[in-house]
Structure formats: structure tokens, C-alpha cells
Design a binder for this molecule. Sequence first.
Ligand code: ACO
Length: 326
Amino acid sequence: MLRSRIIGTGHFLPERILTNTELETMMDTTDEWIRQRTGIHQRHSAKDGEGSADLAYPAAVQALEAANVDPNDVDLVLMATTTPDYIFPASACVLQEKLGIERAAAFDMNAACSGFVYALATANSMIQTGMFKTILLAGAERVTNRLNWEMRDTAVLFGDGAGAVVLRAENGDHGVLTSYLDASGGENDLLIWPAGGSKQPIGSHNHDSSDCDIRMRGQDLFKRAVIEFSNAMKQALNGTDVSLDEIALVIPHQANIRIIQKSAERIGMSMDRVFVNVDQVGNTMAASIPIALDQAVRAGRIKDGDLILFAAFGAGLTWGSCLVRW
Ligand code: ACO
């Protein structure tokens, strides 16, 4: 059977680290509160003038090198991001140009924090139809330059970064085995960034309105995340003969350590089989899973033939999962 195999991974985190202690000087918060409620100790912050494609570029170079793939052999550049460089063109086109890829299809996907899982499922379908053979998929977010540092309930959560994978069409048992995607648009008020899109462009009339900030119902979101995260993990195994006991590593979207722990507990998955880096990077939205994946690969936590489960939940609401044989 034709499958998409992940043949290379990479990630990039900006050099500048923003610690909780530093945030204490910027808003009414404490390191202790942030650690206890979220598990986050620090996050990375990109330089002024850097966009998501600038962060995706080093991650993509690393992934292409690891895969031993010439950039010009890539047929599709796909970027999962909620923070594209421009309204248009897509950041995937900016990344294509940076990589010196002369011709390839290129587009962005926005499924918020579920973006990488949505994009992986999409890329896999395109590979399975025979449309593309080699896909570069990057998840990248440049969010810290748009946060309101007076909004302590949201600003402490997010960080910048990028991760990338190279997918190759291959016949056999390795690669994406299943994907599960779901959404509930009726609950979009749980997490929304109202202004800045076509419905409410930002201008002199509203630039200091609260609509320009992330609006979040934290506790409701927390509860929905735990339910749908744990359901998504089980859904990926539906129709397969794989049991949760056989999963070597779960790589969840890194939003909050308590969401990850509670979701794992709900399905009886021990935390030693769950990859966690939220303490070091915070919530990097669509970039979180590919960053964590590359760190897990480079730390030797994934070996040939391992079953890996990706699961994500985010604004939309959106959620989903993918089961992969490494
Ligand atoms: N520092 C100190 N105090 C704070 C901070 C802060 N950074 N932020 C909020 N508080 C205060 C509140 O004002 C409130 O004070 P009050 O009791 O005097 O009114 C108090 O802390 C408790 O606030 P709660 O909102 O009840 O705190 P909670 O325990 O729910 O934790 C949190 C808040 C961390 C946001 C939690 O609800 C959460 O993690 N929700 C999920 C949010 C999330 O992950 N969003 C990311 C996108 S979605 C995704 O990626 C899955």
C-alpha cells in the first residue's frame, strides 16, 4: 500500500529565551503561578522583523538534510501556521523561495494548534492519490510579537518556533497508517483572535480594542481539550488492530502539562510514553508537534518500526490524530 513515510525531521527555536521570571517584570504574574497552572518555565521569542517562514527555513533545511533530499525534488511545500508572514502570498511560497525550490506547489493551512495534524493528514491523502511524491511539511509560528503583554491569562502561554518533516511516497508498512480529524465551529468563542482578518481589519479605529487580543475561556477550553485529546488518541486506532499498549511514543500538541497529563490518564497511557517539552518551549501552536518530534528523534526516543501517535487540539475548535509507523 502507498503510504507517506517521514524520512527526515528538523526544528528551529529562536535564540532568545523569555523566562517566567522575566515575565514577572512585564505583567502581574509569578513564575510559580505559570509553572503550577501550565508547566511552562520558558518560551522562545524571535527577533524583530522575523516571520514564520524565517523560522521554518532552518527547520526545513535540517529536515531535508536528514532525509538526504535535494530541495528541488520537493513537489509540495505545505506550511501549517496561524501566524503567516503576510495575508498573501502564503508563507509556504516564501519558504519555497528561501529554499531555492524553483517549481513546486505551495500553500498554507490554518487549523490553529491542530494545524500540523490536519496538514499531515492532507499531505498523506495527496501522496496516496499519487498527486505528489515528496512533500516538505513545516509547522511554524511567530506569535510573541502579536501578544498583548498585559493579558496575563494568554500571553504567558505562547512561544515562537518551527518544526519540519519530509514525507516520501513509499510502498510498505512504514508511514502514516491512519488519520482522524474533527472540528466544532460552534464553539469558536472558546478561543478566538477576533481582529486582524477580513471581518475586522485592524486600523486606527480599533487598534487598541480588546478585539485585537486573543480571547480565551481558559477553563472551558481546558475541559474540552482533555476530552477531545483523549478521544482523538483512541480514534486514531479505530479500524486498526493496534492497541494503546503498542504505542511506543505519544507526541501531543504541547499546550499545558495538565491537559497532557489528564488526557493520558483518561486513556490509561503512562507519561513515560508521552513526549513533553512544554516546559521549555511553551505553546508553539502548529509548530509544537514537529518540534517535539524532531527532539524525540534526535534524543533517540524513536526507533525503526515504532508506532507513534500524534494528537492535537486547538482553536476552531479543531482536533485530530495520526498514527504513524516509524
Ligand atoms: N499569573 C497570575 N495569575 C493569573 C494569570 C497569570 N499569568 N492568569 C490568570 N491569573 C489569575 C486569574 O485572574 C484568576 O484570578 P482570580 O481568581 O483573582 O479571578 C486566577 O489566576 C485563576 O484563573 P483561572 O482562569 O481560573 O485559572 P486556571 O486554573 O483555569 O488556569 C489556564 C488558567 C492556565 C489558562 C487554564 O485554564 C488553561 O490552561 N486553559 C487552557 C488554555 C490553553 O491551553 N490555551 C491554549 C490554546 S488551546 C490549546 O492549545 C489546547
